[in-house]
Design a protein. Sequence first.
Length: 351
Amino acid sequence: MSRILKQVAGIDIAQKDFVVCLGRIDDSLRVELYARKMFANTTKGFEQLRKWVGEKTLPDPEVLYVMEATGVYHESLAYYLNDQSCQVSVVLPNRISSFFKTLQVKTQTDRTMAEAIAQFGLEKRPQVWTRPKKVFRDMRQLTRERDQLVQTRTIAKNQQHAEESEAFPNLGTLKRLAQQIALLDQQENEIKAEIAELIKQDEQVTVLIKLICSIPGIGKLTASIILAETNGFELIRNKRQLASYAGLDVLHKESGTSVHTKPRISKKGNKFLRKAMHLPALAASRHSERFKAIFARYVSKHGIRMKATVAVQRKLLEMAFSIYKTNMPYDPEYLKKLESSNRDYSLNRLA
C-alpha cells in the first residue's frame, strides 16, 4: 500500500460560505483530489469542517489548510484553525490565479478554485501562516478606517465646492457640509492619535517606524500603513514578492511580431499599500536628489511621468523592506560610499 506524504485541504472562501477540497499525494507522487464539501462561514461551519476533515483524512501526516487572502473573509477561519493548532497557509491571490492558469481549466467556479488551491498546496510549498501581532492588526483597522474617512471627506468637499459655485447656493446645504467636514477632520485626528498611542506602546514598532521614516517622503502614517498591511513584513521574503503583494509588479506580454502589449503594473495586490505610496513618491521625487534622478531617468526613457512615479513608489517600498532587514536607517550617501569602496577595491587589486 502506498504511503501518504502530504494531505491538504484547499479552501475557496467567500463572505457567507466556503468550499473545501481534500487532496493528498503519495510516495509515487500521485496527486489525488478525492472529497469536496461546502460549509457556512461561521463558527458552526468551522467546527463542521474540522469534524469532516478528521473523518476523511489520516492522522498522519498533518493536514495543511490552504486558502487565499480574499479581503477579510478568510481571517475568521484562519484564526479559528490557528487556535486549534492546525497548520494554515494563507496565499496571495495572484499566486493562486497564476497557478490556476497553468491547469487549463475552462470553467472557474467555487469548486474548481478549491480544487486548484488544494493542488497548489500539494505541488508547492506554501509558507505556514502566523497570526499577526495585535499591534499590526489594530494599526491596519485604524489606517483603513482613516482611508475611508478621507474618501468621504473628499466627496463632501467636492459637493461643497459644487454648491458654492452655483448661481444660487443653498445656505442650509453649505452649513451641513461644513459640519460634516469638521466632524470628519475631528475623527481623523482621533484616529491619528490612537495610531500614535499604539506605536508608543510597542518599543520594537517605535524603532522600526523611526527607521522607515528616515526614507525621504515617508512619514509616520505611511510607515504605519506599510507595517500594518504587511504584518510587519512577516509574509514577505524578498523585494520581488513585496512588489507583487502591493500590485506594483510589471506585466508585459510579447510574442512574435503580432503580440506586443505595453508594460503596466498588475494592480492585483494590496490596494491600501499601493495607494499609501503615491504621495510619498511625489514628495521624494521633488525633494530627494536620489529619487529625483530615478524619476528623471524613467521619464527620459518613455516620457510618461506617472510611470516614473510608480517606479519611485516601488523603490520606496523596497527600501523600507531593506531597512527592516538590515535594521539600519536610510543613508543618502550610500551609493557614493559603495562606488568609492568598489573603486578602492579595484585599485588595491591592480596594485
